[in-house]
Design a protein around this ligand. Structure first.
Ligand code: ZN
Ligand code: ZN
Length: 462
C-alpha cells in the first residue's frame, strides 16, 4: 500500500517562496510556487535583465526555484540538471493559494503539460494582471477551481477553502489521501474586511477533518520581541489594531484634516484597499484619481467605485502618438482623464494614487500642505534599498510620508487562536523567520528540513 509522502522545497524559514510536495502513489500535488522576496540581496536588482526565454535555466542556476523532478520543460533546463516533465511518469498538479508573488512568482516556469490550479477569482485577477503587463514571465495557461468543490489528482482529493487575505481569490487547501488529511492555510488574517470567512474556514475544515496543519507564521517574532506568555490564543481585534474597515475611516479623517493634496501609494492587487481609498476620498469630498493600470483592475472588480484616470507623462505621450493599448482606449472612453494642471487648480479637492515607479509625476503637482499616505505599497520598509530613495525624493518634495497600513497576515495571538481551535495532531509552521515559536496545543510540532521526505501517516500515528 502507498504512503503519503511530504517534502519541503522552500519557505520553511523565509517569508514566502513556500513550495511543498505531497505525494501518494503515482500522483502528487505541489502547492504554491512563488519566489522569496528579499530586495536587499536579490540578483535581479531591477538592473540585471530577466531573460524570459531562459528563465527556467537561469532561476534554477540561481537557486530561485527548486530542482524538483518532472515539472520543467526539457528544452528549458540545462541538460543534466533535473529530470524534465516529459521524462517523468507520475501525475502532477500545482496548486496556488493566492496571487502574491511569493506564492506564484515562478508559475510561468512550470511545463504547460502540468495543470496549475488557482481559484476562479484568482484566475480572473491573473487575466487582468496579464492585460496590464504584470503577468509573470512564461507562456502557459492556468486552470481554475472553485471554493468548497473538491477535485482529484490521482488518489489525492483537493478542496480549496476561502480565507481572508489582502488579495482576492485567496484560499487554503484541504488535501486528503487514503492515509492522511492535511490543511495548508496559505496566507490569512483575522483583521480583514471579511472576518466571517475565517469562521467559515474553521467550520469547514473541522467538517472535513485533518491530521496535520501547515500554517503560515509571518508575524511571529523572536522571544526578545515577543515574550512567551504573550503568545496566547486570542481572536479579539484590539482597539489600536487598524483593520481594513478602520483604515478607510482613518484615511478619510486624515484627508478632511489636510489642506493640500492627498497622495497615496498602495498595492493594487488589494481590491479592498482600492475600494477603501475610493470611499475615503468620496467621504472627504475629493476626486479619486488612479493610475490607468489600477483603473483597469477597479473597472473589472469594483464596478460601484468612482474614480478618474491620472494623465501621467507616459499616458500623455501614448495619446499624442496614438500608441494606446486597446484596454487603455476602452477605459478612456468610460472614465474621465485628469491631468496635473487640473489638480493644481485646487489640490485640496483631490486624492491621487502614485506608485513608487511613477514618483516623478509628483514633481508636476503642487504638494504644499499635502500628505503622502503610504498604505502597504512598495517599497515597504527599511529592508528594501528603494525605501531610502523614496524618503529622499519625498524629502526633496517636502512631502510628509505617513504610514497608514494594515497587513495581510494574522497577528501572533491570532495564529495561536487558529492553532488551538484546530488542535491538530501535527503542526507544521512555516513562511516565517521564527516558525518554532508557534506551538501546538496538544499535538506535536514538526519543523521540517530541506532534503528530507516525511511519511505523514507515520508521523500522525506515532
Ligand atoms: Zn506569503
Ligand atoms: Zn500573501
Amino acid at each position: 500500500m502507498s504512503k503519503t509522502l511530504i517534502q519541503f522545497f522552500g519557505g520553511l524559514k523565509t517569508i514566502g517562496g513556500t513550495i511543498i510536495q505531497l505525494q501518494y502513489g503515482q500522483a502528487r500535488v505541489i502547492f504554491d510556487f512563488g519566489l522569496t522576496f528579499d530586495p536587499g540581496t536579490a540578483i535581479f536588482d531591477g538592473q540585471v535583465k530577466v531573460r524570459n526565454s531562459a528563465i527556467v535555466r537561469d532561476y534554477l542556476k540561481l537557486g530561485m526555484i527548486p530542482k524538483i523532478e518532472g515539472i520543467y520543460n526539457k528544452e528549458q533546463i540545462a541538460s543534466d540538471s533535473v529530470i524534465s516533465a516529459e521524462e517523468y511518469e507520475g501525475e502532477t498538479a500545482v496548486l496556488i493559494s493566492h496571487l502574491h508573488l511569493d506564492h506564484m512568482g515562478a508559475i510561468g516556469c512550470i511545463d504547460p503539460s502540468i495543470p496549475v490550479y488557482m481559484t476562479e477569482q484568482s484566475r480572473l485577477l491573473y487575466e487582468q494582471l496579464e492585460i496590464i503587463g504584470e503577468g509573470v514571465p512564461g507562456d502557459r495557461s492556468y486552470q481554475s477551481c472553485e471554493y468548497n468543490q473538491s477535485f482529484h489528482i490521482g488518489e489525492i482529493k483537493v478542496t480549496p477553502i476561502s480565507v481572508d487575505h489582502d488579495v482576492i481569490g485567496a484560499c487554503a487547501f484541504h488535501l486528503e489521501t487514503p492515509d492522511a488529511k492535511i490543511i495548508y492555510t496559505g496566507d490569512f488574517r483575522l483583521h480583514g474586511s471579511s472576518p466571517e470567512k475565517m469562521k467559515e474556514f474553521l467550520q469547514k475544515v473541522k467538517e472535513l477533518k485533518y491530521d496535520a496543519l501547515i500554517i503560515e507564521g509571518t508575524l511571529l517574532k523572536s522571544e526578545d520581541e515577543l515574550a512567551e506568555h504573550l503568545l496566547v490564543s486570542n481572536n479579539e481585534l484590539s482597539d489600536e489594531l487598524l483593520t481594513e474597515p478602520k483604515l478607510q475611516n482613518k484615511v478619510a479623517q486624515m484627508l478632511k484634516e489636510t489642506e493640500g493634496i492627498g497622495v497615496f501609494n498602495f498595492y493594487h492587487r488589494n481590491m479592498e484597499r482600492i475600494n477603501g481609498m475610493c470611499k475615503a476620498g468620496e467621504e472627504a469630498n475629493r476626486k479619486v484619481v488612479l493610475e490607468i493600470k489600477t483603473v483597469q483592475l477597479a473597472h473589472t472588480f469594483l464596478p460601484k467605485c468612482h474614480f478618474y484616470i491620472f494623465e501621467s507623462e507616459e499616458l500623455k505621450t501614448s495619446l499624442r502618438e496614438n500608441k494606446l493599448f486597446d484596454w487603455q482606449k476602452q477605459l478612456l472612453e468610460k472614465y474621465p482623464l485628469i491631468n496635473a494642471q487640473k489638480i493644481n487648480d485646487n489640490p485640496s479637492r483631490y486624492f491621487v494614487q502614485n506608485s513608487y515607479e511613477n514618483i516623478m509625476e509628483l514633481f508636476d503637482l503642487h504638494v504644499e500642505n499635502g500628505i503622502y499616505i503610504h498604505s502597504n505599497g512598495v517599497p515597504l520598509g527599511d529592508y528594501d534599498p528603494a525605501f531610502h530613495n523614496l524618503q529622499k525624493i519625498l524629502g526633496l518634495l517636502s512631502l510628509e510620508r505617513i504610514e497608514v497600513s494594515s497587513g495581510g497576515h494574522a497577528l501572533p495571538q491570532h495564529l495561536k487562536y487558529i492553532v488551538d481551535e484546530l488542535d491538530p495532531k501535527v503542526l507544521i509552521p512555516l513562511h516565517s523567520f521564527y516558525p518554532e515559536r508557534l506551538k501546538p496545543k496538544n499535538g506535536q510540532q514538526l519543523l521540517p528540513v530541506y532534503g528530507e521526505v516525511y511519511e505523514i501517516g507515520d508521523i500522525v500515528n506515532r
